[in-house]
Design a protein around this ligand. Structure first.
Ligand code: G6P
Ligand code: MN
Length: 451
């Protein structure tokens, strides 16, 4: 089986390769084709993967090839992972800086930053989808590219249900709740729904019994894990649900904006500098694969430890827990999804797929994040309880913005782009939206037509 990774020089590729090395089952991936625009990043990553294969000591580790030719990478692919970053981390830092200068959030997936990132990513995602449809029409496409829900919806215009979006936040949340409740995550049914980075756990059933009320009743248990510390027991009880961590940007918007403005560097700027150092080191001539792997691991640990640091600071939530620092979410979802499709092994996974008739407040094509039954026919959303009105408000407002982004990316019109920013619940003025469009058009070559 052949897996093609778009954004093959990206930092999280070794997580996926590591998961593949641990997969000993029949019909596993035998060949990984890395595609990236940047040959230097590709060779640095190929070296890290060689370090992983060496450390695993397997005679039959999946073969790795690397190319800057998209069609060559796609030909013969059974699965395509798409994890690209249009504009790189420099672009992410600009998204944050320009939004914060206007006093609004510039996070890569939420608020003005998410709109800007979506505007420049959607045209690229659509072009890639068309190339896949032509060159690898039978491949299943797993989209990691953020903003993941929006980008999946853009690719689904071309690929239909053969593209499935994934994110590790809901899985991590479910795992943390299960752990606090003393349940095994694999035997818990998680009642979760919303959009990507905008969903809520409303129940967690073990052997048919909803255990969430037990958690909501126990303040100490509630504040013993990441989301509980971010939101606080009182607010979680008011909601009667546990929100995805990204809802911290909504429920505590003013506080997170302040924390981000006061930070010495934004997340994007920190990662830009950190990653530059890593790629320089890993690409150094003659560096042994083992040393490249060690550099990657060190960098990864630092990246994990500082994840959402400003939010945690704003909430007084303290450091991340040891157990949340070890990765596992991202690559585990990816591997579980591939296995379920390739081997027709039924699995239930929280994924980003078209709504169908799941949430009555959205149309059938709207990509939502929801538990899905997965088998060789793809991912099918399971039925869930309706959302409460406050959640309907956020979900429909943000989906409306995503639709404006899709339209603006297709039309190239400045008015359409202004509309997308202005309708976002975290952008509080049309005048701000206009200045944001101006700022982003100057900063991003891909958005220069919006001036
Ligand atoms: C979580 C989110 C991903 C996102 C990542 C960002 O895992 O679910 O969508 O890519 O965090 O982490 P970063 O280290 O880039 O801030
Ligand atoms: Mn995510």
């Amino acid at each position: 089986m052949r897996l093609t990774i778009l954004g093959g020089g990206g930092f999280r590729v070794p997580l996926v390769y590591g998961a593949l090395l641990g997969d000993r089952a029949e019909g596993r991936v035998s060949h990984v084709a890395l595609y990236d625009e940047d040959p230097a990043r590709l060779s640095a990553m190929a070296r890290v993967l060689a370090g992983q294969a060496e450390a695993a000591g397997l005679p039959d580790a999946p073969a790795v090839t690397a190319t800057t030719d998209l069609d060559e990478a796609l030909r013969g692919a059974d699965f395509v992972f798409s994890a690209i970053r249009v504009g790189g981390l420099e672009g992410r830092a600009a998204d944050e800086r320009i939004a914060l200068a206007e006093g609004v959030l510039g996070q890569e997936t939420v608020g003005a930053g998410g709109v800007a990132y979506g505007l420049r990513t959607v045209p690229v995602a659509r072009a890639i989808a068309r190339r896949i449809a032509r060159t690898a029409p039978d491949a299943w496409v797993i989209n990691f590219t953020n903003p993941a829900g929006l980008v999946t919806e853009a690719m689904a215009e071309v690929l239909g249900n053969r593209v499935i979006g994934i994110c590790d936040s809901p899985v991590g949340l479910g795992r943390r709740i299960a752990r606090v409740l003393g349940a095994r995550p694999e035997e818990a049914w998680i009642d979760y729904v919303g959009l990507n980075h905008l969903g809520w756990v409303r129940g967690l059933r073990v052997a048919g019994r909803d255990e969430l009320p037990r958690l909501l009743a126990d303040a100490a248990a509630l504040e013993s894990f990441e989301e509980g510390r971010l939101f606080g027991a009182e607010w979680l009880r008011s909601l009667g649900a546990i929100p995805n961590e990204y809802l911290h940007y909504y429920y505590f918007n003013r506080d997170t904006v302040r924390a981000y403005r006061e930070a010495e560097r934004t997340r994007g700027a920190f990662l830009r500098d950190q990653q530059r150092g890593f790629y320089e080191e890993a690409g150094r001539p003659g560096l042994a694969p083992g040393a490249a792997l060690a550099a990657w691991d060190r960098t990864r640990a630092e990246r994990e430890a500082t994840y959402m640091a400003e939010n945690r600071e704003a909430a007084g939530a303290g450091e991340r827990e040891e157990i949340d620092l070890e990765s596992g979410g991202y690559e585990r979802v990816a591997l579980a999804l591939m296995r379920a499709i390739a081997r027709d092994e039924r699995a239930t996974l929280i994924l980003n797929v078209p709504n169908g008739s799941t949430l009555s407040v959205l149309d059938a094509e709207a990509v939502i994040e929801v538990p899905c039954l997965v088998d060789a026919n793809g991912a099918h959303p399971t039925g869930v309880a309706p959302l409460p009105l406050h959640a309907v408000g956020l979900v429909t407002a943000v989906k409306a913005v995503e639709r404006e982004v899709l339209a603006a990316a297709a039309s190239g019109s400045r008015a359409d782009a202004v509309k997308a920013f202005a309708l976002h619940p975290l952008v509080d003025s049309v005048a701000v939206a206009r200045r944001l469009v101006e700022g982003y058009a100057v900063a991003h070559p891909g958005l220069a037509h919006l001036r």
